[in-house]
Design a protein around this ligand. Structure first.
Ligand SMILES: [Zn+2]
Length: 294
């Protein structure tokens, strides 16, 4: 089944998002994700929102931000809405407001655990830290920071993934969700839930490397008052022949490197589609016919 077929089977949707982080240039992994996102949007009638996920203020760079917009345009993927950014004032206000709501519910606590706290816990017990909370028992200590965690509760969440099938996993297998890190940056797992809720995103199409993050995101959304979680489609990832993940620094899969070496946009999209599989008819997705056909 293709991503578009899977999305179609799950019924109509209002809005999905393509959400790259400007911490590197676009590579074939992003292209594969874009094929799935625009394909699912077409199948469900959803609009595509372009959301630049620049929550990490240290690693995000303006040149990457500009570069990914340029590469997307060259490839022919046209978003219906955006770009919006996680650094926008209204976004930062929304994260603060969400955190304060959770704090009012008694769910936010400061944590001063470091790698060595986790290592000491493991050394004493002969296994890795697992479960809710944190190894330092920080929720009971009344700290202000430096890390802020959200106690989402234990147990698991279940969902029907459009491409993976029925899923169930622990909400906090490696401790409570980090909402803000020790540098004062909002975390990926916190931002996307607040964003998807406030932006009306009801279809999430992303790679399977993020499957493990889904239970905590479903639970956090519920804690923030979301009545129905988004529909999820987690597609396969492009791997190197040796099975390793593509990295943003690897020039042989970078869109602008392929472009510089004379590849056409169609050829680059074809390479990504072939590598990831299960994407259906990619020829109809780009060139301005994406999303709702605008
Ligand atoms: Zn802690």
């Amino acid at each position: 089944m293709t991503g578009a077929d899977a999305a179609h089977a799950l019924g109509p949707a209002t809005r999905t998002r393509f959400a790259p982080a400007p911490t590197g240039f676009l590579h074939l992994g992003h292209v594969a994700n874009a094929i799935h996102v625009w394909g699912a949007a077409r199948a469900t009638g959803a609009a595509v929102l372009l959301r630049i996920e620049d929550h990490d203020r240290v690693r995000s760079r303006p040149e990457y931000d500009a570069g990914l917009l340029e590469d997307l345009a060259w490839l022919g993927f046209e978003a219906d809405e955006g770009p919006v950014r996680q650094s926008d004032p209204d976004a930062r206000h929304a994260y603060t407001e969400a955190l304060e709501r959770l704090r009012a519910d008694g769910r936010v606590y400061g944590c001063d655990c470091t790698r060595s706290t986790f290592a000491a816990w493991s050394a004493a017990r002969g296994r890795s830290w697992t479960g809710i909370g944190c190894p330092g028992g920080c929720r009971e200590r009344g700290l202000d920071g430096p890390v802020l965690r959200v106690a989402l509760g234990g147990g698991s969440e279940t969902w029907m993934d459009g491409l993976v099938g029925p899923c169930a996993d622990d909400v906090a297998p490696h401790g409570d969700l980090v909402a803000r890190d020790r540098h004062g940056d909002w975390s990926y797992g916190f931002c996307v839930v607040v964003d998807d809720l406030r932006q009306g995103v009801d279809l999430v199409v992303r790679g399977r490397d993020l499957l493990h993050a889904t239970p905590a995101q479903i639970r956090l959304a519920t804690r923030l008052g979301r009545a129905t979680p988004p529909t999820y489609l987690h597609h396969r990832l492009i791997r190197r022949p040796d099975g390793s993940k593509l990295s943003k620094s690897s020039g042989d899969t970078g869109v602008r490197d392929l472009r510089a070496s004379g590849h056409s946009a169609e050829a680059v999209i074809g390479m990504a589609a072939t590598a990831v599989g299960d994407v259906g008819d990619v020829g109809a997705i780009t060139g301005g016919s994406a999303g709702r056909g605008r």
